[in-house]
Ligand binder design. Structure first.
Ligand code: URA
Length: 233
């Protein structure tokens, strides 16, 4: 990697400021001053800026227990952003892996690893996402059976041309349901329940693929994924 890029990736310096730091002689490679941004640095080179040893920020894979009232957008808007709850260097590089609605709680993944994010969200991989929904109207008996069958069959959501992929609905009780879907259409879970005449009052994502929300995380808390967890996708 070029030295100027290494500087901008490992510090808060922009590429332009990194060049200036280089020309002012603030940067050393293996203890020797270096002014050339085009110089190649490899894994064994020790780079310092103003005497401070630098290391590249690796790829980050983060699990956040998303609280309600937080947005999954890159831009600042009406609500606080999910990335603002996470304190890591270069936080602006993190992107949510898929989206949850502002009011949805639960497992949200954040990463700056584009390929990994793609593996999680790619429709081809049909990664299962499990949601717990609190329903406004009771769902039980034959009506529940019809809902289970309709979701398993796939339903046509308003304004769409293709039916939803088969989804698994299980009733926890008359007001609590668990739904597993393998797509990520806009407001999909809420719209699926709306399509059967119900209304989702609260929605919580429990898992994505084989990755479950860590029960040790309170709403708003986060942690880095372990290597085996990253390797699940
Ligand atoms: N489906 C929804 O309706 N909302 C979410 O946040 C996620 C899935």
């Amino acid at each position: 990697m070029r030295l100027d890029r290494f500087l901008s990736e490992s510090t808060e310096l922009t590429r332009g400021l990194a060049k200036r730091a280089l020309s002012r002689g603030e940067v050393t490679v293996n203890g020797e001053p270096e002014k050339k941004g085009a110089r190649h640095v490899g894994d064994d080179d020790r780079v310092s800026w103003n005497g401070m040893p630098l290391a590249l920020v690796g790829r980050r894979h983060i699990m956040l227990h998303k609280p309600a009232g937080v947005e999954c957008t890159a831009r600042r808007g009406l609500y606080p952003r999910a990335v603002d709850l996470v304190e890591v260097p270069k936080v602006e590089r993190l992107q949510p892996v898929g989206r949850l609605d502002v009011e949805t709680t639960g497992l949200l993944l954040l990463t700056d690893d584009g390929q990994w994010s793609h593996r999680v969200t790619s429709p081809k991989r049909a990664c299962a996402k499990v949601y717990r929904a609190s329903l406004a109207r009771p769902l039980a008996g034959e009506e529940a059976e019809r809902a289970v069958a309709a979701f398993a069959e796939g339903i046509l959501l308003e304004g769409e041309e293709a039916a939803t992929r088969p989804a698994e609905l299980t009733l926890i009780d008359a007001h609590q349901a668990r739904l597993t879907i393998t797509e990520g259409r806009y407001h999909q879970v809420r719209r699926m329940f709306a399509a059967i005449g119900n209304h989702v009052e609260a929605l919580h994502r429990e898992s994505v693929g084989a990755l479950r929300l860590d029960p040790a995380l309170a709403p708003g808390e986060w942690r880095e994924l372990t290597e085996p967890e990253v390797a699940l996708f």
